[in-house]
Design a protein around this ligand. Sequence first.
Ligand code: UDP
Length: 478
Amino acid sequence: MEQTPVAHVLIFPFPAQGHVNSMLKLAELLCFSGLYVTFLNTKHYHKRLLRFTDAETRFESFPKFRFQTITDGLPDDHSRSVSYIKDLITGIESVQPAFRELMISNNLNSDNWPPVTCTIIDGLIAFFMDVSKELGIPSISFRTTSACYLWSCFCYQNLTEAGEFPFADNDMDKLISCVPGMQGFLRRRDLPSFYRIKELNDPFLKLAVTQTINSTRASATILNTFEDLEGPILSEMRPHFPKIYTLGPLHAHLSSRRTNSFAPSDSSNSLWEVDRSCMTWLDSQPLKSVVYVSFGSIALMTRNEMLEFWHGLVNSGKRFLWVIRPDSVKDNDQKSQIPTELTEGTKDRGYMVGWCPQEQVLVHPAVGGFLTHSGWNSTLESIIAGLPMVCWPVMGDQQINSRFVSQVWKIGLDMKDVCDRLTVEKMVNDLMENKRDELARSMDEISQMAKKSVSEGGTSWCNLEELIEDIKSMKLQV
Ligand code: UDP
């Protein structure tokens, strides 16, 4: 009789904060079920993970878990700064032979570990699935983005055939009619940022579209979302995708399984040094009085945009905690003076850090709103914390996430494509005062649904159980 092999999953994220973070959470969730799990990290990111987090000790409690590393295809002296995101992509594309080598070497089966029976590959690097398939190992695609983003990438052909892309003129408010499920509210400016280009050969557009279509060749797709949030879009997607497991919000799912609560743990998967001094500052601020400002791990802004935000925040008269990553301002001339009214206004009511423990900041009682770039992890973390948002999307999926936040879920305000001090001031005041109650009402509802989905019996909870059973019954196709 044919025997089902012992299940051993290999997880491989794209080397970026949002990707490593959510896929490590998935790894931990799979560890609870007793599966063998290998987490494949690029050497550079792994070094940072070991340096800035407790990941190594945290996973020591799972004897069937281990990290493995692989090159990211870049020379050792490359800065890997977010300004060179194109290099990160080209680098990782060149790693396919090394990945193949690792998969066929005995390294993964050493110390009596069973052979890999399933790979979970980040959909942004879906080309690694080809190696997995060639070796007869079933492959599942994991997407770190929202379903609405994936669906809008998948509909690329609809857009070109209908003549809606490339845009015929500069009217960015023109409605898009051929993305099923989004008619009536999706404008050109809300499409993922790649659609703004005039050049069809643009590498980011090609990557986003090709990898989304390639993901459909996987045995299944895992999404960090939940049915009650993106159900209508998921229904549009399901006929075109293999089985979709919605498991999110993953960070809350993990806390729910780990401690039966939604309180974030002290652990993090940060690839930067976490400055915890802001927690002490927050402790001395009044209830719900602080706007938390962060644009994630990749987004860049110009010095002028930074100054407009700064003026707007100071002029709003609200307290603010602002994460400014040292590499996030494009043309920062350290020598030019910061206007005195900004430094004074910040001394009175503001606090700035280079990187903070975001999940903990969002649930701190002093925080009342989130000015965000609408990265998908940040959006889900805000939903679990029940915090309404002002969205200033910069790139990729952020443009469409912010449209859903403001127009569909009504849990935030969209400030897309505008960056002047008057608008920032008005938006912050709307968030914290004028529109606070109406936003809070819809946010409470969605936040409750999110928590229910990752609690025992909820949709994400049950989908994870199903995924684990499916992985256990997978057979190598050799
Ligand atoms: N984050 C953090 N500290 C910070 C800023 C961000 O821990 O000071 C985390 C945040 O909690 C989230 C991730 O970094 O999990 C950012 O992911 P997201 O998808 O929101 O945006 P990206 O960085 O991919 O643009």
